[in-house]
Design a protein around this ligand. Structure first.
Ligand code: ADP
Ligand code: MG
Length: 375
C-alpha cells in the first residue's frame, strides 16, 4: 500500500497543505511542536477512523475553526488507479466520510480500505499499562483484516450495554431483571465465543512473528512468549471451541447475578480479556527493561503489518513517530533494515539520527507547513 498524497484543511496547526509522499522511506524533520505528529495523526485517522491521541473529534479541528478535512490518495499494490478516502469533521454536527468521492454511511465501511500501522512512544503503554491497551491493539489489528470481527464486536458492544443497563435497573425492578437477563447473557456469550476465537487465532500468529523478530534483534538471547488470557479462564487452545466457550460464559454469567448487581456491571466477557507477554519467562509488564518494553511494543506493531500483508497481499503504510531516537543502535539498524521495500513515514527532531539513512524523501516541517528538502 502506498500513500501518495495527503490533503489537509484546518487540521490542528495545519491550515492547509498538500503533501506528496514517495514509495520507500519518507522522513519528516522538524523541531518540537511544528506538526510532525499532527500529520501522522491525520494519515492514521483516514485509515482507521480514530485518532490515536484525541479523545474528542473536536480536538483535531484547528482552534477557532468550525470544520476540518482529511483526504488521502492511496494506491493498493495490484491496482493502477489510486483510491481516495476523505473525512470531514465538524464542530457542531456529525462527520462525513467519502470513499472515492461517494458518501458512505458509517466510518466502519472504510476501515480496512487504506491501511496503516502506527508506532509512537505512547505505545509503550501496550506493555506497561493495563489490559485495555492490549485489547485496543487486538481490536484495531483484527478489524483491519476481518470484517466479521468488526460486526461481532459491534453486536457485543450493544449486548453489553443493554445487559449493563439491566443490571443497573435491577435494584428498582428485580422481576424485569430476572425475566430477561438470561436472554442477554446468551447473546453476549455467543459473541464472546466468536471474538475469542478470532483473538486467539490472531495472537498465535503475532506470537510467532514477535518471537522471530526478537530472536533476530537480540541474536536469540531473548525469548518472547505471548499468550491469550481470556476472561473465561480457559486454557489457550480451548478458545478454539466456540460452543464450549459460549457455554462457559453462560455459566459464569448465570452464577454471578448478585455480584454483578452489587458491582453494577457485567463481570465476565471479552471486555475483560488480556494478553500475557513474557521475556525469558518473566512477565514483561513487571520485569522487562524500558528498552525491552519499547522493542516489544515495536515488534507487536511490525507483526500487525506482517499479518496484514499475509492476509491482504500488501504491506500497510508504516507510520513511525519519534521512534528511532529511542532505540539503541542494533535495534535501530534492525528497524531500518525492516523498512526496506515498504512505505514508511518517520518523524524526527534530530536530523543527525538519520545521517546514515538513505531517505527517499525528506520533508522539513515548520509551523504546520511542509517543504521538501532537496540535497
Ligand atoms: N486543534 C488545534 N488547533 C491548532 N493547533 C493545534 C491544535 N492541536 C494541537 N495544536 C498545535 O500543534 C502543535 C503540536 O504539533 P505536533 O504535531 O504534536 O508537534 P511535533 O512536530 O512535535 O510532533 C502544538 O503547537 C499545538 O499547540
Ligand atoms: Mg511529535
Amino acid at each position: 500500500m502506498y500513500c501518495k498524497k495527503v490533503t489537509l484543511e484546518n487540521f490542528r496547526n495545519i491550515e492547509s497543505c498538500e503533501i506528496e509522499f514517495c514509495e520507500g522511506t519518507n522522513i519528516l524533520i522538524g523541531e518540537n511542536a511544528q506538526g510532525k505528529t499532527n500529520l501522522l495523526e491525520a494519515v492514521f485517522y483516514a485509515s482507521v477512523g480514530r485518532s490515536f491521541r484525541a479523545t474528542a473529534t473536536n480536538e483535531m479541528i484547528s482552534f477557532g475553526k468550525k470544520s476540518a478535512c482529511v483526504s488521502v490518495d492511496y494506491l493498493c499494490d495490484k491496482k493502477e488507479k489510486s483510491d481516495n478516502v476523505t473525512i470531514r469533521l465538524f464542530s457542531d454536527k456529525k462527520k462525513t466520510v467519502q470513499k472515492n468521492h461517494l458518501r458512505v454511511e458509517r466510518l466502519s465501511d472504510i476501515v480496512g480500505s487504506f491501511r496503516s500501522v502506527l508506532f509512537c512512544p505512547e505505545h509503550l503503554s501496550l506493555i506497561k499499562d493495563g489490559p485495555l491497551e492490549r485489547r485496543n491493539y487486538l481490536d484495531i489489528a483484527i478489524s483491519r483484516i476481518n470484517r466479521r470481527y468488526i460486526a461481532s464486536l459491534q453486536r457485543y458492544g450493544y449486548f453489553l450495554k443493554q445487559r449493563n443497563a439491566l443490571i443497573k435497573s435491577a435494584a428498582q425492578d428485580r422481576s424485569a431483571f430476572d425475566a430477561t437477563v438470561d436472554l442477554w447473557s446468551e447473546q453476549l456469550a455467543a459473541e464472546a465465543a466468536e471474538i475469542s476465537f478470532y483473538r486467539l487465532e490472531f495472537i498465535k500468529r503475532v506470537a510467532s512473528i514477535v518471537f522471530d523478530c526478537f530472536a533476530d534483534m537480540t541474536g536469540e538471547k531473548e525469548r518472547v512468549d505471548i499468550v491469550y488470557r481470556g476472561s473465561a479462564s480457559l486454557d489457550e487452545d480451548e478458545y478454539l471451541n466456540k460452543e464450549a466457550v459460549k457455554q462457559k460464559y453462560i455459566s459464569l454469567l448465570s452464577s454471578s447475578h448478585e455480584r454483578e448487581i452489587f458491582m453494577g456491571s457485567t463481570l465476565w466477557g471479552i471486555h475483560k480479556d488480556d494478553i500475557e507477554i513474557k521475556i525469558n519467562g518473566k512477565n514483561a509488564r513487571s520485569f522487562a527493561s524500558q528498552g525491552q518494553q519499547r522493542s516489544l511494543a515495536l515488534a507487536l506493531k511490525l507483526a500487525e503489518g506482517e499479518i496484514c500483508k499475509e492476509e491482504l497481499g500488501d504491506y500497510p503504510v508504516f507510520l513511525f513517530d519519534d521512534v528511532l531516537s529511542e532505540l539503541d543502535e542494533t535495534r535501530r539498524d534492525y528497524m531500518l533494515l525492516y523498512a526496506t521495500g515498504k512505505q514508511v513515514i518517520i518523524t524526527t527532531c534530530e536530523a543527525s539520527a538519520f545521517k546514515n539513512l538513505r531517505a527517499d524523501k525528506k520533508i522539513l516541517v515548520v509551523n504546520g507547513s511542509y517543504s521538501e528538502i532537496k540535497e
